[in-house]
Design a protein around this ligand. Structure first.
Ligand code: SAH
Length: 255
């Protein structure tokens, strides 16, 4: 399960933070690191700070956009030191560790960290199912990037260990009841498929005139928030795509 947890660092300016983040990850048993358009590629200084975790650094994947980093993930949690103007479903660090442990058994899950100077952009935050904030001192809530990685990775590990212990106890008692998280089938859709739905939704609504391409407003943001909260499964997404296709057809026939 820990191998399914991906730490994504977006547009990091100081590569020493990447080295420290790699170390933080490895101490907690995580190894999948993705760098989105780093301003500085990891160098000797990053390696020095990674210490015994240079393997995590060496295996880090570099991509150019956050979308590329998460498209094969079923769960994406974005981190933020402060609350934004647009409220989004929130997890606390413990809840985040739990959700990642549950879903990480089935597919890749991503925890996304922002720039040292300005965090994640609103567009990047809107690619996430949840946001997580470490409830730090309200008067000074911004942790160093690698320390935020350490704190949230620790919570994942704690949940992972608790889960392992629970499995062990269950075996020990030869219990047969299913855990509430394992139903064998993956319920949630991967980001890639959901993104296709959003693209279709936007183009269909442009077709009806509900969204004006020149003045789109924040309709798509609200739509994303709604569906990221609802997290439609495969069948539901297929039905929604069918509805959109019927809208496309009606618009076309009316022209
Ligand atoms: N000035 C930025 C803070 C950037 S700190 C801002 O206001 O958003 C760099 C990154 O560390 C953040 O993007 C986030 O990924 C992480 N981080 C720092 N403090 C955090 C906190 N209290 N909770 C969650 N993540 C935090």
């Amino acid at each position: 399960m820990l191998d399914n947890v991906r730490i994504v660092l977006v547009n990091t300016s100081d590569c020493r933070n990447i080295g420290s983040a790699a170390r933080a990850m490895k101490t907690m048993g995580l190894k999948s690191l993705v760098l989105v358009d780093p301003k500085e590629m990891p160098n000797g200084q990053a390696q020095a700070l990674a210490a015994g975790a240079t393997d995590v650094l060496a295996n880090a994947k570099v991509v150019s956009t956050m979308k590329e980093a998460i498209e094969d993930c079923g769960l994406v949690v974005g981190t933020s030191a402060r609350s934004r103007t647009l409220p989004w479903p929130m997890l606390d660090p413990r809840g985040c560790g739990k959700q990642m442990t549950i879903e990480g058994k089935e597919y890749p899950v991503a925890l996304v960290f922002g720039r040292e100077s300005s965090g994640l952009t609103n567009d990047e935050l809107q690619l996430c199912h949840y946001h997580v904030a470490i409830p730090a001192n309200p008067e000074y809530s911004s942790l160093n990037l690698a320390m935020a990685v350490q704190t949230l990775s620790y919570e994942i590990r704690m949940n992972f260990l608790e889960d392992e212990q629970a499995q062990y106890n269950k075996q020990d008692k030869s219990e047969t009841t299913d855990s509430d998280v394992e139903d064998g089938e993956s319920k949630y859709q991967l980001v890639e498929e959901t993104e296709r739905f959003y693209d279709h939704f936007e183009s269909a609504m442009q077709g009806t005139g509900f969204i004006q391409p020149k003045h789109p407003g924040i309709i798509m943001t609200k739509v994303r928030r709604l569906f990221n909260r609802a997290r439609p499964d495969g069948k539901e997404l297929k039905m929604l795509r069918g509805i959109l296709a019927s809208v496309d057809k009606a618009v076309k026939n009316s022209k």
